[in-house]
Design a protein around this ligand. Structure first.
Ligand code: SAH
Ligand code: SF4
Length: 354
């Protein structure tokens, strides 16, 4: 019998599976709690299930943690982890601004959804490396569990309160797995992370924007916009050729009407997209929508020609948006000293390996 990854199952699925394998359904609930709430790394840690039952469980379920290859700590508190998966592929997970957020009682983790990414954005380290495969549900929830387990060893009260799907990969090209991982992370016997405290970031996979509004209207949505002009966006984010700005914005308007939620727009500032034409275009696109723009100075990555604008240019751009009454903020740069832009750590280690 092929074993199933216990980190990929909902509580009800675990109960059913236990029942079908001659155990009580209650065992499923217990296993779910140990795995998803207490973040155990092996069956031995379970204290309320008999040895005989654990033997049986290990015949149809497996429990595997990501292997930590490297951890980097930024001066600003951000921590970045490189994990190796069962097949040797590597992914990145970032815990943002750990110390500072501790004061605010908020801990945000940024997780990956794919190994590499097929979208291939011009400024993104992950995109420049191409696509390997989708992550499984267990590999997605596993990032939260592995980081939680490590941090709990430093501080037993440590909790993760917010999740952003902004690591490696395009979450909407691994839609089913991402939504299931979200349900698991939200479970009352698991991490109980509020739906509204989880945000999916997409480069603009239009059909999935509408589907998300129907499937899970509580989850937050962020759009990686980066340009208000199709000509430039086609170059920056190649998926724009398939889903151009008009279609993307129609989907966002529909999403915001259906969910009554504000949409976040990510805008990585670089030399080509930080000008008056772009600002005016952005104002037109966002008119009449509950929106918030996050400006992020682009993080230069090797292999990309994209360059960061001067501070004055960035501030002028921000001011143009403010004057048009667009809600806008500069997103603080997290972990710039540890290559925290997605895909960068992996990229550097690949170079070191070569
Ligand atoms: N694939 C999804 C989510 C992962 S990328 C998406 O593109 O939305 C998370 C965010 O980081 C996106 O907004 C992406 O555009 C941004 N990003 C990627 N590389 C960057 C870089 N070098 N500098 C600044 N932002 C970057
Ligand atoms: Fe993929 Fe997002 Fe990187 Fe674009 S920015 S290549 S969509 S991970």
């Amino acid at each position: 019998m092929e074993k199933i990854d216990c980190r990929s199952l909902l509580e009800a699925e675990l109960s059913e599976l236990c029942f079908n394998n001659g155990l009580s359904k209650f065992r499923g609930k217990q296993i779910f709690q140990w795995v998803q709430q207490k973040a155990i790394a092996n069956w031995e840690e379970i204290s309320n299930i008999s040895h005989a039952d654990k033997e049986r469980i290990s015949k149809f379920l497996y429990l595997r943690s990501g292997k930590l290859i490297r951890e980097q700590k930024s001066k600003d508190g951000t921590r970045k982890y490189l994990f190796e998966l069962g097949d040797g592929e590597r992914i990145e997970t970032v815990l943002m601004d750990y110390e500072k957020d501790n004061i605010r009682d908020r801990q945000t983790i940024c997780i990956s959804t794919q190994v590499g990414c097929p979208v291939g954005c011009a400024f993104c380290a992950t995109g420049l490396e191409g696509f390997k495969r989708n992550l499984t549900v267990g590999e997605i929830t596993g990032q939260v569990l592995d980081v939680l387990r490590m941090l709990k060893q430093e501080d037993s009260a440590f909790r993760i309160t917010n999740v952003v799907f902004m690591g490696m990969g395009e979450p909407f090209l691994n839609y089913e797995a991402v939504l299931k991982a979200i349900s698991i992370l939200n479970s009352k016997n698991g991490q109980k992370i509020g739906m509204r405290r989880m945000t999916i970031s997409t480069s603009g996979v239009v059909p999935k924007i509408i589907q998300l509004a129907k499937d899970n209207p509580q989850v937050g949505l962020a759009i990686s916009l980066h340009s208000s002009q199709d000509e430039l966006r086609d170059k920056l984010i190649p998926i724009n050729r398939k889903y151009p700005l008009a279609d993307l914005m129609t989907a966002c308007h529909t999403y915001s009407q259906l969910t009554k939620r504000r949409v976040t727009f990510e805008y990585a500032l670089h030399d080509e997209n930080t000008n008056k034409t772009e600002a005016q275009g952005l104002v037109r696109l966002l008119q009449g929508m509950a929106a918030h723009v996050n400006l992020i100075p682009v993080n230069p990555v090797s292999g990309s020609k994209v360059r960061r604008p001067t501070k004055e240019k960035m501030l002028r751009f921000k001011k143009m948006l403010e004057e048009a009454k667009i809600a806008v903020s500069f997103r603080e740069e997290k972990g710039i000293d540890i290559d925290a832009a997605c895909g960068q750590l992996r990229q550097r280690l690949e170079c070191e390996k070569a």
